[in-house]
Each structure stands twice: as C-alpha cells, then as structure tokens.
Ligand binder design. Structure first.
Ligand SMILES: O=C(O)CCC(=O)C(=O)O
Length: 282
C-alpha cells in the first residue's frame, strides 16, 4: 500500500478504512459534513454555557493570555440528547466498530475547546490514561477547521503497536525526536480516528478563533461497558488534588500544557502569572 496523504478521506465503514487504520493507526473520515458540523457547533456552544459547578459534567478551565478560558468538558452525553445520540448510536459507533473489528461501545467523551491562546498537548499516547481496557479507538470530530495555526493534531503512522518510553505520561524526548510526525489539518465536519497507542501531540491556538473538537473514545463491547467505572476512577484520582507543576489537570496523564487558573486569580496579575509559566503552553 502506498503512503497515504493526510487529506485522503475514507468512508470509515469499509474494509479499506479498517486496513488503513490497522496499518497506520489513524484514518480520516467525513462523518458529519458541513451541515452536521453546524448543528454540532450549536450543541457545543450550549454545553459551554452550562455552569461550572452546576451538574455532574466536568468543565475544566485554563489560564490564557486573554484570561481564564474553558479548555475541556467531559461526561456530557448523559445531559445532552443530541450529543448523546451522535456519539452513542449511528454512524460514529458503526465506524468505531469497523475499526475495532467488533461491536463498539462509548468508553468516554470530551470536548476540547482550544479557545484563542489555548494550550497544546505534549507528545503522548492515550492508552496509559485509559484504565481497564487494552485497546481503544478515539477520534477528533472537528467542530471548527483545525489547522496548523490553531493547533491541529500531529500523529505518527505505524507506531501504535507498543507503548513508547514515557515520563509523567509524556513520550520522552529521545523517542519523540526519532518519530516521524505528520500534521493532519481536519476540516469542520471531518473526523480523524486514531488508536489509543497512536502517538499524537498538538500546538497552541495562535489565532483569534476557537478550535473546538469532540473526542469520543470507544472500546470493544466484548471487553465491557465501563464508562461509569472510568468516570468513577477519574473523579477519585482528581480528588487527590491538582498537578504539582501548576498546569491544569484534565487527564490521568500530564499531557496538557494549559496553565491552571489560580483560586485567587485576578486579571491585574495575569501577566505575572503567565510569566511564571513562560513557555509552558507552547
Ligand atoms: O485537542 C488537542 O489538540 C489534542 C488533544 C489530545 O491529545 C488529548 O486530549 O489527549
């Protein structure tokens, strides 16, 4: 098979997609189209308006040069019927099932907002952050066009058969340097599927518009429907406190480069606080 370009868009439900995924550890599909993307954009805006402490969803904020900004929401499908049906039934589950080779079930879901000035993610594999199950397939459903300037994903092809050397959940520099990273711009409505061992990373959003994306993760139903267990474990881990390095704790690994909003944050001292973490979000 010849090396695919990042813009090759496959159906997702056919054998060619499954083979592309098996060989490369990622595949690009056109699941929503522009009209679907518009509807999902509205839904994501509704979720972003939910109160910070008003329910069982999890909102996370980061400190950007523009002040505190929403960076992630998790556990939202129980509270939003449209997003529930999109991520837990229909074509998304069919594609996940095709890529896993057996019926899939939703393991977890998040929205990454990456608002203007929002931080990127260090090189990592998701698998160490996903307890109970060996193999997952995740995807980035682009709500806005994801470009190099606003922090689209970069992936490594064919490197999803092992867990690479890591420190603190992040792939060590000597391995990062020898991997071949490939930037994958994704248009709004397209979906980039990737294996939970596919190395990936992303830069910050240098533009003045959001780069929002949904990230559902699926596992083979035969391994169990463990979504409730996943969130129970995560909440338990989060109760033990935030990250010692002053970054936002959004994951069971320390891949996110966003700066935590201090409890006593006031905008007058924003620059001082950002200076203390200079370079962290890049
Ligand atoms: O949204 C991004 O830029 C990267 C997200 C990511 O790698 C993650 O959430 O694990």
């Amino acid at each position: 098979m010849s090396e695919p370009t990042p813009t090759t868009v496959l159906a997702g439900t056919d054998a060619e997609s499954a083979e592309h995924f098996a060989v490369n550890g990622w595949v690009l599909t056109d699941t929503l189209g522009p009209e679907g993307a518009e509807e999902v954009r509205r839904w994501v805006e509704e979720v972003a308006e939910w109160p910070l402490d008003g329910g069982d969803w999890l909102h996370h904020r980061e400190l950007t040069e523009h002040g505190p900004a929403l960076c992630r929401t998790e556990n939202f499908t129980p509270f939003h019927p449209g997003l529930h049906d999109l991520l837990r039934t229909g074509p998304m589950v069919e594609i996940a099932s095709n890529l896993l080779g057996e019926p899939a079930v939703l393991y977890k879901e998040k929205i990454n907002y990456k608002l203007p000035g929002g931080a990127g993610y260090a090189p990592h594999q998701d698998a160490p952050a996903y307890p109970f199950i060996d193999s997952h397939v995740s995807c980035m459903v682009a709500v806005d066009d994801a470009t190099e300037a606003n922090g689209c994903l970069e992936v490594v092809s064919g490197a999803h058969h092992e867990i690479h050397a890591m420190e603190d959940g992040v792939i060590v520099d000597r391995v990062v340097d020898r991997l071949e990273w490939r930037t994958v711009p994704v248009r709004a409505g397209q979906t980039l599927w990737f294996h939970s061992r596919t190395p990936h990373r992303s830069g910050p959003n240098h533009t003045d518009v959001p780069r929002r994306a949904l990230y559902p993760t699926y596992n083979a139903r035969s391994e169990g429907d463990l979504r409730d267990e996943y969130y129970a474990e995560k909440l338990e881990a989060f109760r033990s406190g935030g990250r010692a390095d002053g970054m936002v704790r959004v994951s069971l690994i320390n891949d996110f480069r966003g700066i935590a909003v201090p409890e006593d944050h006031d905008d007058d001292h924003l620059d001082d606080h950002l200076d203390d973490h200079a370079g962290a979000g890049s």
